[in-house]
Design a protein around this ligand. Structure first.
Ligand code: AMP
Ligand code: TRP
Length: 325
């Protein structure tokens, strides 16, 4: 089984990314052939300061390595270093209909949120993502629930291309992590945790200090009543229970039991503690890897080489089929 996933190099990496995406990647690399990509072309679909983008790209690599991505097992590379991604994107552009992109929930949300920055790249984002996947003959695409629609488009485009030009692409399948699929915002449990949230109280970033974690959990929205129970009537407490479970490795039911005689305050204090204990060793590792830029560059050069080896064969076949060479 071959697996592909991508992550944007953005300044804030939060526990939603960690539990929704990265954790799953680490498990997958033990029994699948994994390709993980830092999608910096996707990142520039919203304005980025060049220096920051570069810094954040390397930071993301350090975080992935610290979290457990093993370059001996997986291919880890930067999207812009493999030119085949934009080449395939262009070709796929020509078989995509405009309404198929206009329907994309993420595009609609981002366009509304960034009214002055609705550029063509933002519109085309899902096709670049389809190109990322289709270049590598992928079986499984592990993503958060919010990316399901994009993977669906990749499937549609693969089928369409195969129909027009003959069997070329494998049809990839999205794998959505059930429980952790969606970590919700601490300040609004009805909307997913997001680094683009207006307030930093929305998320726990991977490099938040113990002080910040305590503060954010303390201020996290709760539900009415006082029972600590995972139910649809209690979206805020359910989300906190979910986070507790993912950081501690305990089952939700065990945690519910543990706090059946406690109030929200006690539960939150313990949750902050659990999160701090969970993040501290990761933070230490990130700092250590960040100091070794030579190692990071070596990992990326190797990743690029391996990725390109596969991508160049695909693009060659695609170009031949379309009549471009
Ligand atoms: P992004 O932060 O949008 O670049 O997303 C990187 C990865 O993390 C993708 O697989 C997303 O689906 C996933 N992700 C982002 N936010 C969340 C969240 N709140 N809960 C779960 N997964 C998330
Ligand atoms: N759009 C994805 C996100 O924001 C990142 C991404 C880009 C991706 N290309 C991909 C994910 C290919 C999976 C496969 O989360």
């Amino acid at each position: 089984m071959r697996v592909f996933s991508g992550i944007q190099p953005t300044g804030i990496i939060h526990i939603g990314n960690l539990f929704g995406a990265i954790r799953n990647w680490i498990l997958l690399q033990n029994h699948c052939e994994c390709i993980f990509c830092i999608v910096n072309y996707h990142a520039i679909t919203l304005p980025k300061k060049p220096e920051e983008l570069k810094k954040q790209t390397y930071k993301m690599v350090a975080i992935l390595l610290a979290a457990g991505i093993d370059p001996k097992k997986s291919i880890l590379f930067i999207q812009s270093e493999v030119k085949e991604h934009t080449e395939l994107c262009w070709i796929l552009n020509t078989i995509t209909k405009i309404p198929e992109l206009e329907r994309m929930t993420q595009f609609k949300e981002k366009a509304k949120e960034h009214k002055e920055d609705v550029n063509v790249g933002l519109f085309d984002y899902p096709i670049l993502m389809a190109a990322d996947i289709l270049l590598y003959n992928i079986d499984i695409v592990p993503v958060g629930e919010d990316q399901k629609q994009h993977v669906e488009l990749a499937r549609t485009l693969a089928r369409r291309f195969n129909k027009i030009f003959g069997e070329t692409f494998k049809i990839p399948t999205a794998s959505i992590q059930e429980d952790a699929g969606r970590i919700m915002g601490l300040d609004n449990p009805l909307k997913k945790m997001s680094k683009s949230a207006k307030s930093s109280l929305n998320y726990i970033a991977i490099d938040d200090s113990p002080q910040q974690i305590r503060e954010k959990i303390k201020k996290a929205v709760t539900d009415s009543g006082k029972e600590i129970k995972k139910t649809p009537q209690k979206p805020a407490i359910s989300n906190l229970l979910n986070i507790y479970s993912l950081s501690s490795g305990k089952e939700i039911s065990t945690i519910e039991d543990e706090f059946k005689n406690s109030g929200y305050k006690e539960f939150k204090e313990k949750l902050a503690l659990v999160l701090i204990e969970f993040l501290l060793p990761l933070q230490k590792k990130v700092r250590k890897i960040e100091k070794d830029q030579k190692y990071i560059k070596k990992v990326l050069a190797e990743g690029r080489r391996k990725a390109q080896e596969i991508a160049k064969d695909t693009i060659k076949e695609v170009k031949e089929k379309v009549g471009l060479v």
